[in-house]
Write a protein that binds this ligand. Structure first.
Ligand code: PLP
Length: 378
């Protein structure tokens, strides 16, 4: 097995086409002609499968050490598809500080279809065990979480899930397989917003579900074909292209993030820095055991709402925009953006308030980013 850095570039070479094209062609075709009755080229209609998408899926499956990966038109399309494996009455335990859109989907769409959710601090195995009942079919976590960067011990949780016949689903968007491979730690399903680090350039949406169980893969493929939310050939190509530089982006963005986290810690107007790579972070030790890196997401709280708003107004290089994981450094205001749909109590419980900002550290020169933040604080 080659190193993951090589897999990012040559993850699926078994399908190089007859021309020898080094870049995977974009098969911009909705349908495929059959050689004769009862014969097929392996493709019939792009809702089911398309060669460009298939190439991407095989690459992502290899990166996550899964047997199959399914590419959806967005991260939310992937989670919506996943929810179709459950039936009315099923119970799912989810992290209380999941991505806001996932909570919205669960509470406002899936509950009306008869699914039942409990949100818990999934870093606490005791809290999870206390919520498990005979209808519990899945535990859905993010680690680290968004935006407070809490870390769950995936192996320990997978042992609990396995012993109760419950699926463990991990949203691995923040660390990507380059830094963390949940399937190898005992998870059953890995989910990605491919829009973020896997794409890496803030230019397209994508989502993935990765599994290593053949029955589960078949079920999910049937759902994808039925719902019609697969990733388009062109967007698949952008993802293939983005993933080629995943390793180098993850390393360098993490290095930038560490420099910025340390600088923030020393700033008089910063009250708290949430970065998993800082040794005083509560998830630091677990992260070192289960991940190869800490990623490049940082949240921090400042001395007042005024300071927070001034920073958002004054940053130049750093863009005030939602999303994360791209080469451009972005700053967000979780209270008004990603977590706007939560109630005040829910936000208070998660320490998401008017003084908290979140940075997705990009690939610019670190000192330029720090200089931009410095002038924005003043
Ligand atoms: C962005 C994001 C999603 C949703 O993905 P989209 O591609 O925006 O639909 C889900 N989970 C996490 C952690 C995310 O950051």
């Amino acid at each position: 097995m080659v190193n993951i850095r090589t897999l990012c570039i040559h993850g699926n070479e078994d399908k190089r086409d007859l021309t020898g094209s080094v870049s995977v062609p974009i098969y911009q075709s909705a349908t495929f002609a059959h050689p004769s009755v009862g014969e097929t080229t392996g493709y019939d209609y792009s809702r089911r499968q398309n060669p460009t998408r298939e190439h991407l899926e095989k690459t992502v499956a290899a990166l996550e050490s899964g047997t199959d990966a399914i590419a959806f038109s967005s991260g939310m399309a992937a989670i919506s598809g996943l929810m179709e494996i459950f039936t009315p009455g099923d119970h799912i335990i989810a992290s209380s500080d999941l991505y806001g859109g996932s909570i919205r989907l669960f509470q406002q769409v899936n509950t009306k279809n008869g699914l039942r959710f409990n949100f818990a601090d999934t870093t606490s195995l005791d809290q999870i065990e206390a919520l498990i009942c005979k209808e519990t079919k899945a535990i859905f976590i993010e680690t680290p979480t968004n935006p407070t960067m809490r870390v769950t011990d995936i192996s320990a949780l997978s042992r609990i899930a396995r012993s109760r016949n419950i699926l463990l689903i991990v949203d691995n968007t923040f660390l990507t397989p380059y830094f963390q491979q949940p399937l190898l730690l005992g998870a059953d399903i890995v989910m990605h917003s491919g829009t973020k680090y896997l794409c890496g350039h803030n230019d397209t949406l994508a989502g993935f579900l990765v599994v290593s169980d053949a029955d589960l893969a078949a079920k999910l493929r049937h759902i994808l074909m039925s719902l019609g939310s697969g990733l388009s050939p062109f967007d698949s190509w952008l993802l293939i292209r983005g993933i080629k530089t995943l390793s180098i982006r993850m390393e360098k963005q993490q290095e930038n993030a560490m420099a910025i986290a340390q600088w923030l810690q020393g700033h008089e107007k910063v009250k708290k820095v949430y970065y998993v790579g800082l040794p005083d972070h509560p998830g630091f030790e677990i992260s070192k055991r289960q991940s190869k890196g800490f990623g490049s997401m940082i949240s921090f709280s400042v001395d007042s709402e005024e300071t927070a708003k001034r920073i958002l107004e004054k940053v130049n290089l750093i863009l005030y925009a939602e999303s994360l994981g791209g080469v451009e450094t972005l700053i967000t205001y979780p209270m008004l953006q990603t977590h706007a749909d939560l109630s005040q109590e829910e936000r208070d419980a998660k320490e998401i308030n008017e003084t908290m900002l979140r940075l997705s550290v990009g690939l610019e020169y670190a000192d330029d980013l720090i200089e931009d933040l410095e002038q924005a604080f003043e």
